[in-house]
Design a binder for this molecule. Structure first.
Ligand code: SF4
Ligand code: SF4
Length: 355
């Protein structure tokens, strides 16, 4: 039977619920490399509720530090509005400070892995994800205009650096297929433990809605499907209506039937919780956002010949080998580039722009 913890929690005493999560779901991290992955949708203030709150991240980092891991990495690949702004997003949200000395830009290096050819044959996943012994995922309790809610499964979409997220949005083409995409990304490397910041949740048209709810809970599980089903139920949504949960169950990743989930704590619906439309219209009908997603997929680096010294640093750091030196200047293979922004960040002359 699957198990989900629902524990009262505040940002002042988040550590107590985190300790409880590790008691219920013992996770061996001793001498292991541990990746802690919050939801850092974009740069924002912590109290806007758009990202996993720094207090929860800090509590998890401090807990794991006591368990003598070989190393801890805290990182994420922010979403569409903050592509390439990893450090800035962590700074603004307070997550840099909460990560202690463990922050890493996990968008810097990636590994190409096979993907579902119905969408695209390969994707590049952060090396830190693929090489971690243990992954602790820290989702935020939020709605999402395309997938209705964002929880444990959707948090893994941040394993993809750069504009691949926008590219897959575009390739999916409709909400039904996007539900499939997020499960396929999640399946690449399932995290070992999930701890959800539901102290303050988000309702309405997430994932960056101004409508916040004081919920006062921290949730945890070692199974994402059971956990997301509990979140859906709490939001007032039948888990069986969510395409990504149906697909995850079909793939044997867990079960959304709450009768098959043991709940440690009190499971109850949040009264009058406002959900976005189940068909994804909230985002599909947003023309400006659709254009933004499309434009992000078209960005490519270009070196300024006046500034470029031909040092080849950008070529060396492109983990998908999309750059080669031609006539003394780096040139990009547009089809291979995943718009991870690393070449721009690494160029010592600041010669690269994304156009
Ligand atoms: S890193 Fe910058 S200066 Fe060096 S080759 Fe690339 S664009 Fe030119
Ligand atoms: S060319 Fe630059 S932006 Fe494109 S994948 Fe390589 S490092 Fe990333």
């Amino acid at each position: 039977m699957f198990q989900v913890m629902i524990e009262p929690g505040t940002y002042e005493d988040a550590r107590r619920a985190v300790d409880r999560a590790f008691e219920i779901f013992p996770t061996d991290v001793r001498d292991k490399t541990v990746l802690i992955k919050p939801n850092v949708l974009r740069g924002s203030e912590a109290d806007e509720g758009i990202v996993t709150h720094p207090a929860v991240v800090r509590a998890v980092v401090e807990k794991v530090e006591t368990m003598k891991p070989a190393s801890i990495t805290v990182g994420d690949n922010p979403g569409i509005f903050s592509y390439g702004a990893n450090e800035a997003s962590f700074q603004q949200t307070g997550l840099m400070e909460a990560s202690g000395r463990h922050y890493q830009n996990i968008g810097d290096e990636s590994i190409r892995v096979d993907f579902n050819p119905d969408f695209i044959s390969t994707v590049s996943v952060s090396r830190a994800v693929m090489e971690a012994d243990v992954i602790i995922s820290l989702p935020k309790f939020k709605t999402h205009g395309l997938t209705v809610m964002t929880g444990a499964i959707k948090n893994s979409y941040g394993f993809l650096p750069g504009a691949q997220k926008a590219k897959l949005h575009k390739i999916a083409g409709n909400p039904r297929r996007f539900h499939e995409v997020i499960v396929d990304v999640f399946e690449i490397r399932q995290p070992d433990l999930f701890i959800v910041d539901a102290v303050v949740g988000m309702e309405g048209n997430g994932p960056a809605s101004p409508h916040l709810r004081d919920i006062g809970l921290i949730l945890a599980s070692d199974n994402a499907v059971a956990l997301d089903s509990v979140i859906a139920f709490m939001m007032g949504c039948d888990p069986a209506k969510l395409g990504f949960l149906r697909r995850a169950q079909q793939k044997g990743l867990g079960e959304y039937d709450l009768d098959k989930t043991k709940v440690a704590g009190e499971l109850r619906r949040i009264p009058d919780f406002t959900l976005p439309p189940l068909g994804g219209e909230a985002i599909l009908g947003n023309k400006a956002l659709q254009e933004m997603i499309h434009s992000r997929t078209l960005l490519r680096p270009r070196a300024d010949p006046e500034l470029c010294t031909g040092c080849e640093t950008c070529v060396d750091h492109c983990t998908v080998s999309a750059l080669s030196m031609i006539g003394g200047l780096p040139q990009v293979d547009a089809d291979t580039c995943i718009t991870c922004f690393c070449c721009q960040e690494m160029c010592p002359e600041k010669a690269i722009t994304l156009t």
